[in-house]
Write a protein that binds this ligand. Structure first.
Ligand code: SAM
Ligand code: SF4
Length: 326
């Protein structure tokens, strides 16, 4: 099956699937006031509906699904969700992005259910600062979760660090941490969201600054695979770990877009910063709706824009990234 392809010849092998908006952390750049329940919103996709999304995308050439949120592990049926996606033969990789609060206990179980890669968010190596950023005093648990993920044998464990001004002082500590650990540290440039304009103005640091520092210290850009996403990857002969740089404000960032998104209530989003989304839910009730579901996904792609409009300060529907998973 050919992969989904848009009018700019970009191919989409990768789906980011949000399974909940709920989160127990209050990261300053995402949900500074914590999760606010919304009585009027639709229920989150069930395990069966998620399996149908995975089947449809799998039949349209998707090989990788990332589970995200909110905090995906807040779902009690999280292991069942992994297992249901694992049943889909076309999906070769199931990844998750997590704040890590359940990892220490569950990493091995999730791996056994079929999870193949973990991204853990960790914005500071200082327990006190971690608490200040996340609103949760769980630094020790999250660090134990990262160790548990390495022990569980995940071939890829990545650490997401949001790049903010204060980080410049901590770079040596982060680099030291990956000297003898096979982790990929991914620095993600802070993105402006509908609720985070002031925060953005105060804290945004361009990834270019970090890129120059890394190159000066002997880090070398790793050649990009043809189907790789927008991260720039760096390695260094003295370090076991690698560094990824994600710079959404870079001028060519959208050229290598390889992902689509489905929200926790079943809307297809063609861009993280796009508009309200295309409803798929009415076609997720039964297996015999697959042909219609696949046709809707395929025809929607004609509307995918060439780039986001973040430079003009247009953040689309992204009030904050907990809604659709970053
Ligand atoms: N709760 C999970 C977690 O934090 O890993 C998954 C969802 S979270 C929205 C996904 C990723 O988006 C995290 O790594 C988080 O740091 C990142 N993120 C959230 N808001 C962001 C923003 N405004 N700019 C850049 N990255 C952001
Ligand atoms: Fe929760 Fe992740 Fe947002 Fe932090 S970044 S508040 S952990 S959804």
């Amino acid at each position: 099956m050919l992969p989904l392809t848009d009018t700019f010849q970009r191919k989409f092998y990768y789906l980011r699937l949000s399974i909940t908006d709920v989160c127990n952390f209050r990261c300053t750049y995402c949900l500074p006031d914590g999760y606010r329940p919304n009585k009027d919103r639709d229920s989150f996709l069930s395990v069966d509906e998620i399996a149908r999304v995975a089947q449809a995308f799998g039949q349209l050439g998707t090989t990788k699904i990332r589970l995200t949120g909110g905090e995906p592990s807040m779902r009690r049926d999280f292991s069942d969700i992994i297992a249901a996606i694992h049943q889909q033969p076309a999906i070769k990789q199931i990844a998750m992005t997590t704040n890590g609060y359940r990892l220490a206990k569950e990493a091995a179980n999730w791996r056994a259910a079929g999870l193949s890669a973990v991204n853990v968010s960790l914005d500071s190596l200082d327990a006190r600062q971690f608490h200040q950023i996340t609103g949760q005093n769980k630094f020790t648990e999250v660090m134990a979760g990262i160790d548990a993920s390495l022990e569980a044998g995940f071939p890829v464990v990545k650490i997401n660090v949001v790049l903010m001004k204060h980080l410049t002082q901590q770079l040596p500590e982060f680099l030291d941490w990956i000297k003898h650990r096979p982790l990929q540290l991914r620095f993600i440039e802070l993105m402006e969201t509908g609720e985070g304009n002031d925060y953005f103005a105060k804290h945004h640091l361009s990834g270019e600054h970090l890129r120059r520092q890394l190159v000066d210290q002997g880090w070398q850009l790793v050649a990009r695979a043809p189907d790789a996403g927008p991260a720039q990857l760096f390695s260094h002969p003295d370090y076991q770990g690698q560094i990824g740089l994600i710079m959404p404000y870079d001028k060519d960032f959208c050229d290598s877009c390889n992902r689509l998104r489905v929200s926790a209530i079943g809307k297809l989003h063609l861009c993280l910063f796009g508009e309200q989304g295309i409803d798929l839910r009415d076609l997720l009730h039964a297996d015999d709706q697959q042909p219609l579901l696949q046709a809707r996904i395929q025809s929607s792609l004609a509307n995918k824009k060439q780039t986001h409009f973040l430079h003009q300060g247009m953040t689309g529907m992204a009030r904050n990234l907990s809604y659709i998973g970053g």
